[in-house]
Design a protein around this ligand. Structure first.
Ligand SMILES: *Cc1c(COP(=O)(O)O)cnc(C)c1O
Length: 232
């Protein structure tokens, strides 16, 4: 077994343990492997190990990896999740290259993603409302009280499908309490759209707490991929 395969299987058994402890069915939890800063070849290796969901946080890197991996041996069934801060003027590239965008935090970005849908493009982009769980308004995400209004706006854009909420626990707070707040926002969003059931939460350091708090999508990077290469 390679180191990568060993780390992946160790994390998957920790996910299964955390789900069991929380009394949850592990099949309702999607483990996204965050491959940022790693080469496209790592995505290929992960796919060979059965990974079908990967996450990237930079538009240029997402675009470059998809270009590199396209072609005859396109990776079957692989879904790309965009999890980083998105510039409105890069919305077309993000839409072209991602299957789901977790980081929609303003109406302008939702509008730009919608406008980037082709005229004859019947497929719909999955989007999540990113919620800022810190006290710092300058961080990514909409403040919790404004999340339902953004969700309502997204529902007016037919080429976007509202899936749920995404959050990152602040470094200076117990993740359980931050994820409990995210869960409250998730409830509010479900009362706007009952189908918006995804809760994207939990990273290498806090995925067990996220599972206990109801996360449906985990975004796990370094615990699986190993340390990120020096970006020099
Ligand atoms: C990098 C990143 C992750 C994964 O972080 P790890 O600590 O390496 O698991 C998850 N979510 C977001 C938004 C990220 O940027």
């Amino acid at each position: 077994m390679t180191d990568l395969a060993a780390r992946l299987s160790a994390i998957d058994s920790q996910i299964a343990d955390a789900a069991r402890t929380a009394g949850r069915d592990v099949t309702e939890i999607t483990r996204i492997v965050v491959t940022k800063f790693h080469p496209a070849s790592l995505v290929r290796e992960l796919h060979a190990l059965g990974v079908r969901d990967v996450g990237e946080n930079r538009q240029q890197e997402l675009e470059a990896k998809r270009a590199e991996l396209n072609g005859a041996d396109a990776l079957d069934g692989l879904r790309w999740h965009f999890i980083g801060q998105a510039q409105t003027n890069k919305a077309a590239s993000i839409r072209r290259n991602a299957d789901a965008v977790h980081s929609v935090d303003r109406a302008k970005l939702a509008d730009a993603l919608h406008r980037a849908a082709g005229e004859a493009d019947h497929d719909v982009l999955d989007v999540l409302v990113q919620v800022n769980l810190t006290d710092d308004a300058g961080r990514g995400g909409v403040v919790p009280v404004d999340a339902p209004r953004l969700a309502e706006h997204i529902l007016t854009l037919p080429s976007l499908r509202l899936r749920g909420v995404m959050g990152v626990a602040p470094l200076d707070e117990d993740p359980a309490s931050a994820f409990a707040r995210l869960n409250d926002v998730a409830d509010a969003i479900r009362s706007v759209d009952a189908e918006a059931t995804w809760i994207s939460a939990g990273m290498t350091g806090d995925f067990a707490e996220a599972i206990a708090a109801g996360a449906t999508h985990l975004r796990i990077g370094s615990a699986i991929t190993g340390p990120r290469p020096d970006r020099g």
